[in-house]
Write a protein that binds this ligand. Structure first.
Ligand code: ADP
Length: 752
């Protein structure tokens, strides 16, 4: 406040100014204040906003922190759990390891493991003890070092073997895919079996088992067995000696009884003497069996191998049995493999004994039907033959439960108290021994009421080297009619004839055969079994009738004994002893063929209407058989040649309509044979050209040309197929079919 009063005008102006200025200043100050307060409010608002967001942020972070803390707590818990699990697992593993180790330590067997580099990882005490302190076994040593130590440090008994050799052998053992166990003897006399096995990752686990006890037991058993065998041999030797001693006087008894029978005796005396003789013979048979059996047991049976005719031996046995078989009305048949040689090296006496035992039993235990002996064989690489014998009967058979024991000594199926069949029960035991001695085995198949089949297998060397064409029998005969009442012998004979190229009609009786021929059937060979044809006059009538029907055919009669025909009245071309010996049959057929050829003609009647003559040449028997099978059922006459040369000869003689020619044959091959045939055809100048078909395994390019240039018309690649083989024949057959009655030239060579 100014000190001037209001009475002064100037002062009054000043005061008013001052007031105006003051007012203005105050207004300005108020405005400023107002502005500042607004700014303050805005700043305050911003501050509050910022504070709020800061607080939100803090809040969020606090929550995150909290979550992280609880996660950390949970992890800590899990961690503790895992840690304790780990501790437990570790404890368990330690315990398992301890137990395993304890187990390994308690084992009496040495045990060691080597790693993939064959370095020792662990070995138990027993393994360490094997070295008896002579070698310090340590982890890290190689298998090789350990094995070397075995030999070098005198731990094992090398039994004269060189230390290095042994070591090499043991090392080589490890290279095998399967490491074979190895038994070694320790220097202290114990025996160890070393079994090594590869484990995972190339580990090698070694086990050394002490087998001293079982070795000792085995040795004891072996000794006991040797003693028992020696005792058994001594017993058998005693039996053998005794039987032999009894046999000598028994021979005297039987011989004298025989002589006595031949003297003048009363009816009663004859009965007594006959009884002494037959009883003596029966006793001798038993003693012989006992003797043989004891000899076999005492290992005194020795084989005396020598060349002999096996087929003949079999027939002789059959012949001996045939009176009994005839009495009982059973037929005997032999089926001896056509492709087998007949002469072999073996002990003929023992072979006969085996066959007699088996065939004798077959006849003994059969009341009706047949007994068939079959022999088949396969050539082995070494030239010997795997032979398979079977003796088949249609007798009483053997029950399954008895099959096992019949090969045992003194064993018979029949109840002792009620015996219908005589015998010692030793036959099969001896037979088995003999077959075993021959290096073979024997078996039986049987069905009660239906029959039995005994079989044995042995390997035999042929007596002579087998010729490539050993059992082949080229004969000029073409068509056979055979008659035999027994199905088995009939089919065997038919097969034998078919195999050598004959066409066979098999009938059941002579009468049937006569009827067949009377009906116009054509044949050039007749084989009639007379055994079933009744007595002498009936047989004679039959022969006369057959002769009249087919004067040009060869007529053979077969039987267990030759028919009684006065000399000069025999209308037949020969007799075949039954069971028919294959070699006899073939020899007869060849003789007949030769005889007829020499007489300038073939025995054959003109060929049947429309029949094609087909010649097939192949040096291999099996191939010929296959060929025959493939053309079976076709209406042809088939002849076989076994070589190129034979093919040319047969072409000359048979003038076939078609030739199948194997190319590779020894001596003269198929091409040369074809050339020869073509040359002869040309020389004859008749313009003939027989179709020739080559059969070859070399169906290579170029070969075809070579084959065809030799005069062959076509070729077939081996292996042959039925359809391909048959086609040329069928084509030819179709070509000639519509032509009427036969105008074929005869089968024999021109001018023959
Ligand atoms: P056995 O001297 O009694 O014939 P084997 O040892 O030869 O003695 O035969 C033993 C037994 O085997 C015979 O008693 C018989 O019971 C049986 N057996 C052998 N072969 C035949 C067979 N072919 N058919 C039926 N049983 C047979």
């Amino acid at each position: 406040m100014s000190p001037e009063g209001p009475s002064d005008p100037g002062a009054k102006v000043n005061i008013a100014d001052k007031l105006v200025r003051e007012r203005r200043a105050r207004l300005a100050a108020e405005r400023l204040l107002e502005q500042k307060s607004r700014e303050l409010v805005a700043a305050n608002g911003r501050l509050a906003e910022h504070a709020r967001s800061l607080s939100d942020l803090v809040d969020g972070q606090r929550q995150d922190l909290h979550a992280a803390r609880s996660r950390a707590a949970a992890l800590q818990g899990r961690n503790n759990e895992i840690e304790s699990d780990l501790e437990r697992a570790l404890a368990a593993a330690r315990q398992a390891q301890r137990r395993l180790w304890q187990a390994l330590e308690t084992m009496r067997d040495g045990f060691a493991v080597f790693d993939g580099d064959q370095k020792l990882i662990i070995a138990n005490g027993a393994f360490v003890a094997l070295f008896q302190g002579r070698f310090a076994l340590r982890a890290g040593q190689t298998y090789d070092e350990v094995v070397r130590a075995f030999a070098r440090d005198g731990i094992i008994d090398l039994d004269g073997c060189d230390e290095h050799d042994w070591h090499h052998e043991m090392a080589a053992r490890l290279l095998q895919p399967e490491i074979a166990p190895r038994v070694v003897r320790l220097a202290d006399g114990r025996f160890l079996r070393l079994s090594d096995r590869r484990g995972e990752g190339g580990d090698l686990v070694c086990l050394a088992t002490d087998i001293s006890e079982s070795m000792a037991r085995e040795a004891e058993l072996e000794e006991a067995r040797t003693r028992a065998e020696a005792a058994s041999r001594a017993k058998s030797a005693f039996l053998a000696n005794m039987s032999h001693e009894i046999r000598t006087p028994m021979n005297g008894v039987v011989g004298m009884a025989d002589l006595l029978c031949a003297t003048d005796l009363t009816e009663e005396q004859r009965l007594f003497a006959e009884t002494i003789r037959t009883s003596g013979e029966a006793l001798l048979t038993i003693i012989n069996d006992v003797l043989d059996y004891s000899k076999a047991e005492a290992e005194k049976l020795r084989l005396c191998p020598q060349p002999f005719d096996l087929e003949r031996c079999l027939h002789e046995v059959m012949l001996l049995l045939s009176p009994r078989a005839r009495e009982k009305g059973i037929s005997l048949a032999v089926d001896f493999d056509l492709f087998l040689p007949t002469r072999f090296v073996a002990d003929p006496g023992r072979m006969r004994q085996v066959l007699t035992n088996l065939l004798g039993n077959a006849v003994k235990f059969t009341a009706a039907g047949h007994v068939l002996a079959r022999v088949v064989g396969l050539e082995r690489g070494d030239g010997r033959f795997d032979m398979h014998f079977s003796i088949e009967d249609t007798g009483i058979g053997i029950a399954a439960e008895d099959l096992d024991r019949i090969f045992a000594e003194f064993s018979q199926v029949e109840d002792q108290s009620d015996r219908k069949y005589e015998g010692t029960g030793l036959g099969l035991a001896i037979t088995r021994q003999l077959v075993a001695l021959m290096g073979g085995e024997i078996w039986v198949d049987s069905e009660p009421g239906r029959g039995s089949c005994f079989g044995f297998r042995i390997t035999l060397a042929p007596a002579e080297p087998v010729a490539a064409e050993g059992s082949d029998c080229p004969v000029a005969l073409k068509r056979a009619v055979i008659a035999d009442g027994a199905l088995v012998s009939r089919s065997i004979l038919a097969r034998q004839l078919e195999t050598i190229g004959l066409q066979v009609r098999a009938l059941r009786s002579g009468a049937e055969a006569a009827g067949h021929l009377a009906g116009g059937a054509i044949c050039d060979l007749l084989i009639i079994d007379l055994d079933g044809e009744g007595g002498g006059s009936t047989v004679a009538d039959l022969v006369v009738r057959l002769r009249a029907l087919r004067p040009e055919a060869a007529l053979l009669v077969a039987g267990t004994s030759p028919p009684l025909v006065p000399p000069g009245e025999d209308l037949t071309d020969g007799f075949l002893q039954k069971p028919i010996l294959r070699s006899d049959l073939f020899r007869k057929l060849q003789d007949l063929s030769r005889g007829l050829a020499a007489a300038g003609g073939q025995p054959a009647a003109p060929p049947a209407a429309g029949r094609l003559r087909v010649l097939a040449a192949d040096d291999n028997r099996t191939n010929r058989l296959v060929f025959r099978k493939m053309v079976e059922g076709l209406d042809i006459d088939l002849a076989f040649a076994a070589s190129g040369r034979e093919a040319v000869d047969l072409w000359e003689r048979l003038r076939p309509d078609l030739i199948y020619m194997d190319i590779s044959m020894p001596e003269m091959d198929g091409r040369q044979a074809a050339q020869a045939i073509r040359a002869r055809e040309a020389a004859e100048g008749l313009g003939a050209h027989v179709p020739m078909i080559a059969m070859t395994a070399h169906a290579l390019e170029g070969d075809a040309e070579r084959i065809l240039s030799a005069g062959l018309d076509r070729y077939l690649a081996k292996p042959l197929k039925r359809a391909e083989v048959a086609r040329p024949i069928e084509e030819l057959l179709a070509a000639v079919a519509p032509i009427g009655p036969p105008v074929d030239p005869p089968l024999n060579p021109p001018g023959g």
